[in-house]
Design a protein around this ligand. Structure first.
Ligand SMILES: Nc1nc2c(c(=O)[nH]1)N[C@H]1C(S)=C(S)[C@@H](COP(=O)(O)OP(=O)(O)OC[C@H]3O[C@@H](n4cnc5c(=O)[nH]c(N)nc54)[C@H](O)[C@@H]3O)O[C@H]1N2
Ligand SMILES: Nc1nc2c(c(=O)[nH]1)N[C@H]1C(S)=C(S)[C@@H](COP(=O)(O)OP(=O)(O)OC[C@H]3O[C@@H](n4cnc5c(=O)[nH]c(N)nc54)[C@H](O)[C@@H]3O)O[C@H]1N2
Ligand code: SF4
Ligand SMILES: [Mo]
Length: 688
């Protein structure tokens, strides 16, 4: 660590808070929020404050490891890269270039987004997968189909009504990244003071629900029915924006027919929300101007999630709340370079016929191709910045699929359930040890910030791009590279923004676009096939999907008290992510595990009493896929009949229960490949 405070950003979630990290004369490291950074204005969450503890390097992988019959053996980088180049070369020779899968990470940190992307392109493989099918890409796919382009963000500062729909920013802190403001913790109370009405649509009494004026207690995975019924009411009562609909939307008459039968009464039976409340919600949204919807990850992990989100996009268009002040707005963003520079045609992807509308191959496509031993199936996988065995539905099957591969190389910072089954484990420099950058969108404009290393990489760990380039060099693929190391990657990526690395070094926060401009559609229309908001999605129709959104069962099979009770699983299991952690990480960081000593299964007092379960007791949760032991938390934040399990544990560094041992990958969304990670019938019993 340097003597001078380092001005950098935290990249553990999408917010990307500005921070100062300082080491005093005694070597004590402290962190404070950067008061001048637009993403957080000095605020931080506990994960940011825990950075000094993270820098102590607990559990870190420090050397390349090769799997042998007697366990992992330390090897040199030279040997590790030779093994990787030889094995990948053999596999390419035998099975062709598409036999490689890049299993990349989440876009909270751009090394995860971009690592090995150019490598896969140069190798000749179009096969990439990541957590995207569970994260925000199902939503993006839906918004893109209806609205064109990216999703439209809630314009918090100017709205009169804000609906949190399947989002919990009081824990996820995600939205400040887009709204360019202090954390949501500060935004919501301030909006309430200004008389803005806040509604939360959520099956769980989340931190955000607790802040809201109204709580719409919807059933798990039933949002498409709620959305369709709201559309029904708005059209029937003539509450839509006639001028906007006439001029800027496509398929209104068809939509009107389509939702004819989607009455609030019909939706009550599915959503559990009383008919009257659905009518009121629809009327409130359509008549409070302007109104904004803040969508969230609570919609993604159901097999019907894409269509649920299409109803949200339609509602925005129907009420004219699009790209107007206080509505849902397309914010400016600094456009960066695209990797790989020589892309392999999408049509060559595994399971392309099924997932032709999606940005990549969802993990289910990869798994099925391997497990069914299809011709042209993947044979080798490069994993980085993700932990596929833990995070995808039905961990046992993910493990089986990876075991069937000829070669698995995992780039990691700490041992995980995935790294434990790799042939080769490469120790990566952590995000705190390497240069990176982040591009933000905000109403004030799209801007960039630099992430600077706080320490040298631990042991022999190396940054992902340095390793990637050296491997490419050893395989003779380096001619296709526009960069040679981390700094080269950074310069290449930001080049189109007009901002230079030198300027970023100097200024730390640099705006690369003008502020938001509203109603861009007046000049440019919408970026869809018709140039309009597509109630009738032409892209969906062209790919054999229903052009109007429909309500399907949320886990692909009939769920309901009768069906599942008959099979011995009367409870509906779902999953949650406690705010003090980020996904599967940092369960071993003491300050964070003290804040939340999970994982827990959250159960309603009535359901607990029926099973003689007390708070804080070890219980067994069983689904048709597996069984785990976990501690109970008896709470009426949960609806009776539901149980919520904390996601993210189950690595060797925590030794606790992995809830994806209970989830199923039998059914998935036909467009995004999303599995029902948030819905699985189960039963909870006392142990012993
Ligand atoms: N602290 C922290 N921050 C994070 C992350 C983290 O792990 N920890 N992860 C980051 C990532 S990758 C993501 S994707 C974002 C996600 O951040 P958000 O988009 O805010 O999503 P979640 O936090 O998953 O919260 C989703 C909410 O949806 C609710 N929900 C669940 N099922 C349903 C349903 O069927 N219908 C409706 N209407 N609601 C439902 C849940 O109860 C929960 O309150 O957070 C990011 N930020
Ligand atoms: N049941 C259920 N399943 C879920 C979810 C849920 O709520 N419930 N949430 C889903 C969602 S939205 C998401 S985004 C995914 C999250 O899934 P992942 O993105 O796979 O989860 P992370 O914990 O972020 O995994 C990142 C991995 O990268 C490693 N890593 C961190 N920093 C570095 C680095 O600098 N270099 C390298 N090489 N590695 C690094 C970490 O050690 C960790 O093992 O899980 C999904 N799965
Ligand atoms: S983890 Fe916390 S400190 Fe870090 S970027 Fe997210 S909100 Fe900010
Ligand atoms: Mo995510």
């Amino acid at each position: 660590m340097k003597e001078e405070p380092v001005r950098t950003i935290c990249q553990f979630c999408f917010t990307g808070c500005g921070i100062y990290v300082h080491q005093d004369a005694d070597g004590k490291i402290s962190v404070k929020g950067d008061p001048d950074h637009p993403a957080n204005r000095g605020q931080l969450c506990p994960k940011g404050y825990a950075i000094p503890e993270m820098l102590q390097g607990k559990n870190r992988l420090t050397h390349p490891l090769k799997k042998t019959k007697s366990g992992f053996k330390k090897i040199s980088w030279d040997e590790a890269l030779k093994i990787a180049a030889d094995r990948l070369g053999e596999i390419r020779g035998k099975f062709g270039p598409t036999s490689l899968v890049r299993c990349g990470g989440n876009s909270t940190f751009y090394h995860g987004r971009d690592g090995f992307r150019q490598f896969a392109g140069a190798f000749g493989s179009p096969n990439g997968t990541s957590p995207a099918s569970l994260c925000m890409m199902p939503r993006m796919t839906a918004f893109n189909a209806v609205l064109g382009g990216t999703r439209a963000e809630a314009d918090y500062e100017r709205t009169r009504l804000l609906i949190f729909w399947g989002s919990n920013p009081m824990a996820s802190e995600r939205y400040s990244a887009f709204a360019s403001f202090n954390g949501m913790r500060h935004i919501i109370p301030r909006l309430k003071e200004q008389g803005v009405r806040i509604i939360a649509i959520d099956p769980f009494r989340s931190g955000t629900v607790k802040q809201a004026d109204d709580w719409i207690k919807v059933n798990l995975g039933s949002d498409a029915a709620l959305g369709l019924a709201m559309i029904h009411v708005i059209i029937k009562e003539g509450l839509y924006d006639e001028a906007f609909v006439a001029e800027y939307t496509h398929g209104f008459d068809g939509l009107k027919d389509h939702v004819q039968s989607c009455t609030p009464q019909w939706a009550e039976g599915i959503t559990g929300v009383p008919e009257k409340d659905i009518e009121n919600l629809a009327r409130t949204y359509a008549t409070t101007k302007p109104a904004a919807i803040c969508d969230g990850n609570g919609l993604d992990m159901y097999t019907n999630g894409v269509d649920a989100v299409r109803t949200l996009a339609i509602l925005m268009g129907l009420t004219g709340n699009l790209d107007v002040p206080g509505g849902n707005v397309f914010l400016p963003f600094a456009v960066q370079s695209v990797l790989p520079t020589k892309a392999v045609p999408r049509e060559k992807r595994v399971w392309y016929d099924t997932f032709s509308l999606f940005v990549e191959v969802p993990m289910v496509g990869i798994k099925e191709a391997i497990l069914r031993e299809e011709d042209g199936r993947p044979r080798a996988m490069i994993v980085h910045h993700t932990n596929p065995v833990l995070i995808h539905a039905h961990s046992q099957r993910t493990r089986q699929a990876l075991e069937k591969l000829d070669f698995v190389m995992v780039n990691e910072v700490v041992p995980t359930v995935t790294s434990e089954m790799a042939d080769l484990v490469l120790p990566m420099a952590d995000v705190l040890e390497t240069y990176s950058f982040k591009a933000y969108s905000s109403a004030e404009g799209g801007y960039l910030s630099l992430s600077r290393p706080l320490a040298d990489p631990i042991g022999e760990a190396r940054p992902v791009f340095d390793v990637e380039f050296e491997l490419a060099e050893r395989m003779g693929l380096h001619q296709e590279y526009p960069f040679q190391d981390t700094m080269g990657w950074l310069r290449f990526m930001i080049e189109p923004t007009g901002v230079t690395l030198e300027q970023l070094e100097e200024e730390q926060v640099l705006f690369a676009t003008p502020p938001v401009q509203y109603q861009k559609y007046l000049d440019k229309g919408f970026n869809t096939r018709s140039g309009k908001v597509e109630f009738f999605c032409q892209s969906f129709e062209a790919h054999g999907q229903p052009p109007f959104p429909v309500y399907e069962l949320p886990a692909g099979e009939p769920l309901g008290p009768h069906n599942t009770a008959d099979k011995g699983f009367p409870l509906m299991g779902s999953s949650r992510r406690p705010g003090s952690f980020i996904h599967t990480r940092f369960k071993y960081i003491e300050t964070l595990s003290k804040i939340y000593p999970g994982p827990f299964v959250w159960i309603h007092p009535r359901d607990a009493a029926e099973r003689d379960i007390k708070d804080g007791e070890e219980v067994e949760v069983t689904s048709d896929q597996g069984k785990i032991r976990i501690t109970s938390k008896v709470s009426d934040d949960v609806k009776s009949g539901h149980v919520w399990l904390d996601f993210g544990w189950g690595n060797p560094t925590d030794g606790k229960a992995n809830i994806n041992s209970l989830t199923s990958d039998t059914y998935f969304n036909p467009v995004s490949g999303a599995t029902p990670n948030r819905l699985f019938p189960c039963e909870v019993k006392k142990t012993g």
